[in-house]
Structure formats: C-alpha cells, structure tokens
Design a protein around this ligand. Structure first.
Ligand code: ATP
Ligand code: MG
Length: 580
C-alpha cells in the first residue's frame, strides 16, 4: 500500500459491524429484513400506523383509488404469503422473481418472500422477453410473481427456456391461463393461506436480494445481497434521507431497480414511515398533485425525473406550494447544479444529491440534512464508512489521491453490511472489484478541502484530451446552463492531435430552433465557461438521449454509433430511443 493515508471519515470504525452484532444479540442470532421492516413495529405504537398508501392509476377521478395497509395488516399479509410459499414446498434460498406493476401485492410478495428466507429479485415491468429470460435464467428463478397480462406478453414466449421455474403466481388471472400448469391465482392463494406468524430464522449472511445493475456500461450484472444489509438500509435512510417514523415517503424509483427496493421498500419500513406508491407512469402534473395532496414529507427521486419536470415548464411548477416537503434527495446520475437551481427557484425545494450503486446496496456519499449544500457535489460519506479515492494500483500497491482536487476512483473499505457478496456466475469479475481492503466502484471523483466529493465520471466515460482528463459531468453541466439546452451528453472521439476531442449531443428545450446559429451560440458559451481545451469541438442536436430504463445516459451507445463500433448489450435501453 502507498504511504499516503486515505481520507478519514470515520465515526468509530467498528460502527457498522457493531450494529450487526447488536442486532444479532437482540434477535438471538436471527437477522431478517422482513423482521426489521415489519415485525419490529408490531409491539409498539406504529402497529396501527399506515405502512403502505397506494395510489391507483385511476386517481384522482376514481374515489376508490386509494388503498391503505397498516403495519399490522402488512404483517398478516406477509405471513400469508410466507405460509403459502411454504405450502408450495418453497425453501430458504430459492429465488422469487417479480415482474409486476407497482401494486400493494408486489410489496406483500417481497416481504413474504424475505420472511421465508426466499431471495427476492425484482424485474422492471417494462422489460421485454429477452432481458427477462437472461435474468431469470442466471438467477435460476423458481417462483415468479406477475400479472396475467404481463405474463402473457412477456414470459409465455420464453417459458420453455425456464426449466427452474416451478410456480407462477398471477394477480388478475383472467382464466385464460388455465392451460398453464404452473399458474396459480395469487389472490386465491393468499385468501386461503394460513395467517399465523412465521419467520425463517435467517442469519446475517443468508442471501436475501438479487439485483441486476442498470447495464449502462455493458451487460447487466447480478449483484447478490444478504440479510444483514438491513442494518445499513435502516440507518443510512435515517441519516441520508432524514427518514422519521410516520413520515410520508415517496421514492419514485420502481422496485425493479435497487433504489426502489433498498429505499423504496426496506429502509422506509424499517424507519416506520408510510410508503407512498404511485401505480401510474410519470406525468408532471400528476407528480405535483401527489406531492401536494398526500403531503409528502420526504421525496427521493432522480435527475432524469427532475429534468422531465423542468421540461414541463416553470409555470406548472410554480403553481404549486410544496412547503410541507421537508427533504428531497436525488440519486442515479450526476445532479447538475442547473437542476438544483431550477428546483430552488420553481419548487422552492433543495435537492440533495447522493451517490451509490447496485453493488453498494445503500447510499455511500450524501448531502445529509445537516450539510450545507454545494451544488454539483455528491456530499460526504455516510458516517462509519471509509471512502477513499484511488489514483492507481498495481500488484497490491495502492496510490491514493490525497490532495484536494486530485482525481481518483471512488473506493470503499470493504465489509459494510450492504456490500454485495458476489456477481452471479462471475466470481472473477467480483474478485477484480477489490484491491486489498478496498472495493473499487469504477467511478471517478475529486474531493475538496472540506471533504465534499465531486463526481467526475465513470472510468469508461472519462475523456483524455490534450493531456487533460475530463469528466463528462463538468462539460454537460456547463452546457445545461445555456438557456436553450435541456439535456446533454458528451463523449470523446479519437483525434490524431488531441488524443480525443469532445463531442456533445444536445437536447434543446421546447421552442428553441436547432439551427447552425444555435450551435455556434452554445459552443461559444461552452468556450467562455470551460476554456478552449475542455469545451466541445462539435455539437449535434438530438431529440432524445439514449438512456437505460432506470434513467441513466448511455454514453457508450452514443460513442459506438458515432464510431461505428458494436453496440453491446442494449437490454436496458429505453424504448423511446430508436435506431439511428
Ligand atoms: P452497469 O454497472 O451495468 O454499467 P450502472 O452502473 O448504471 O450499470 P447502477 O448500479 O444502477 O448501474 O448505477 C450506479 C451508477 O450510477 C454509479 O456507479 C454511478 O456511475 C451512477 N450514479 C449513481 N448516483 C450518482 C450520483 N449521485 N452522481 C453521479 N453518478 C451517480
Ligand atoms: Mg455499475
């Protein structure tokens, strides 16, 4: 190891391992996510508090469109789910996949599975048959929870290739699936199931969750997580999202992605909050109405969603009063200062960026409620973690970036409770993610004098031009400050002189013309603010940026198309980005 010391951010190095030990002590060795999320509240004042408030897509027209479940009711439903699984012969360690709209039953299925020690692996409902097949095959899914309509469209065509699948639990079974032997009507199953309390005595290291990464940089990887992660979900939610008992909490990420599970289900339940679940697709006016009508206290969303709200216009945003919202956080992509300023001006809300990955299982760097915001910074590490920036490593010798402003790969000292325990079927890739005691994230950042982290870019996206290492985020943020620019993505293109030259793809705001003059105007804005060396040399207007279904810009696809290279895995590409 190098002699320089990594940055210290430690509130007791043993904090997280002590928390796990304490939980084991409290529960006589049993550590189970469902126990912490639900059972823990059943003897206290939260027993009759609302755990889930579901908003049906028919809201607000239909007065019956809101459904509520208390912690006690959620417990009972999850007992039934767990007992039903047991009666089907399902065992600890078997894998349950879900492919479902956001409905209360999805949350019951998840909790019931975890309660039984069954591994929960959520799929995003907009996936087509191929991505579903790839994931379910890799995960050896034994049970599937889905809706009849999604199943018919997406799973039926691949059913023959899923030899491990033994039970198919369907909501809204319309009777037309009678011929499918393994299909069971979920609601009938639950209605007749044993409601007696049940809990599989899982240990901290038993596998609990299987999450697939977004596929932004290549083929999605299956990250394995264990039950002790719950300790991290709970406390990091309290710290980084300011979650408190009985808060109305809205996480806009679908449970098909890690955010939608770690912080869309587990953390808020552990903290005694009310999960607000919207069954409908994104719609700016609806989102504003939900924030207002349901008096959201804490809102966890993503930069892409914020940019879509910006696209819907200032007037719409300004027509609401969100003074009841106490805390707003964002994750998934860099949060451009321009977006923070827009939200401040138009929604009167402060957006708190935080950074983490499927592999980390929980928030690692954040702007917590007590930290002064520095727009463009991801904030500081969660207490009890050691987060360093690694400049280089070779043969086990590590060189850390220790000076303010120095760039390095974000690395976390291993073995925090929600750290992933493997990549499915890929032990080599897993081993490569570590050097010495450190997990290597693949993302590059800098740190300022006060320990705030600033995102530079993914290692794969960093551009080397004329001897500089340029992160796309810095360039994109400046482009977004131009009044005509809604979104942008920059890539490096091989250049004989500079090594790489920067090309920017720009989506214009409504009402701005894609003329040559506009291009020159944006280029000159970039040169003034970034300098000639870092400013893009070329701009191309584009209607939409290629994004993953979890909302991340796929710069690798822009680059592949630009250079005529193979496009790689596109299983998570959002459908509104067409062929060239
Ligand atoms: P894959 O690993 O398959 O390429 P992915 O890395 O996009 O996909 P996720 O685990 O869903 O899959 O996303 C984590 C990544 O998202 C981080 O490594 C980082 O690049 C990006 N990210 C998340 N939060 C932030 C943030 N606040 N600022 C900048 N980037 C972020
Ligand atoms: Mg990744």
């Amino acid at each position: 190891m190098g002699s320089a010391k990594p940055f210290q951010n430690i509130v007791g190095k043993e904090f997280w391992s002590n928390e796990v030990t304490q939980l084991m002590h409290d529960n006589h060795g049993v550590v189970n996510i469902c126990q912490e999320a639900i059972d823990r509240h059943l003897t206290g004042p939260l027993r009759h508090a609302v755990a889930i408030r579901y908003i049906d897509p028919s809201w607000p027209k239909n007065p019956q469109s809101i459904q509520e479940m208390t912690y006690q009711e959620l417990a009972t439903e999850s007992y039934k789910m767990a007992n039903a699984l047991k009666s089907l012969g399902v065992k600890k360690g078997d894998v349950l996949f879900t492919l479902s709209p956001r409905i209360p039953e999805l949350y019951i299925a998840a909790m019931g599975a975890l309660r039984m020690g069954v591994v929960f692996s959520p799929l995003f409902s907009a996936f087509g048959p191929e991505p579903i097949l790839a994931r379910m095959k890799k995960g050896k899914g034994k049970i599937l929870f889905s809706s009849a309509s999604l199943f018919r469209k997406k799973v039926l065509p691949i059913l023959g290739s899923l030899p491990f699948l033994e039970h198919i639990l369907l909501i809204d079974d319309d009777g037309s699936l009678e011929d499918i032997k393994k299909a069971i009507n979920f609601r009938d199953l639950i209605r007749t199931a044993d409601p007696s309390p049940i809990l599989e005595p899982t240990s901290p290291d038993d596998v609990a969750l299987l999450h697939f990464t977004s596929g932004t940089t290549g083929e999605p990887k299956g990250a394995v997580h264990v039950h002790q992660a719950v300790v991290y979900h709970k406390i990091s939610g309290r710290f980084a999202l300011d979650l408190r008992p009985q808060d109305v909490f809205w996480c806009t990420a679908d449970p098909g992605w890690v955010t939608g599970t770690s912080y869309g289900i587990i953390s808020p339940l552990c903290n005694g909050a009310t999960l607000l679940i919207d069954g409908a697709e994104f719609n700016p006016a609806r989102w504003y109405e939900i924030l207002k009508t349901f008096k959201v206290d804490v809102w966890y969303t993503a930069p892409t969603a914020m940019r879509m709200l910006m696209r819907a216009g200032d007037d719409l945003a300004k027509s609401y009063n969100f003074s009841h919202v106490r805390f707003v956080a964002s994750v998934g992509e860099p949060l451009n200062p321009e977006v923070i300023e827009w939200a401040q001006e138009n929604l009167h809300l402060s957006l708190h960026d935080n950074w983490w990955q499927t592999e980390t299982g929980g928030i690692i760097i954040c702007n917590d409620s007590g930290l002064d915001l520095r727009p463009g910074s991801m904030g500081r590490p969660v207490p009890g973690l050691e987060v360093a920036l690694i400049k280089a490593h070779q043969g086990g010798k590590i060189t850390f970036a220790t000076e303010p402003g120095e760039q390095g790969e974000i690395a976390i000292r291993k073995n925090w409770p929600s750290m992933f325990k493997g990549y499915l079927d890929n032990p080599e890739r897993y081993a490569k993610s570590f050097v010495g005691d450190w997990y290597l994230s693949g993302d590059v950042a800098k740190r300022d004098n006060d320990g705030y982290f600033w995102f530079v870019g993914r290692q794969d996206d960093v551009i080397k031009t004329s001897g500089h290492l340029i992160g796309p985020f810095e360039v994109e943020s400046i482009l977004m400050e131009h009044p005509a620019v809604l979104e942008s993505a920059v890539i490096g293109i091989p250049d004989p002189v500079a090594g790489e030259m920067i090309k920017a793809f720009v989506v214009l705001k409504k009402g701005f013309a894609s003329t040559q003059e506009q291009k020159l105007n944006i280029l000159s804005h970039a040169r003034i603010h970034l300098g000639v060396a870092i400013a893009p040399r070329e701009i191309q207007f584009i209607d939409n940026l290629p994004k993953t279904r979890s909302g991340k810009i796929m710069r690798r696809l822009l680059k592949a198309r630009e250079l005529g290279l193979p496009e790689g895995d596109l299983s998570t590409l959002e459908s509104n980005y067409g062929a060239p």
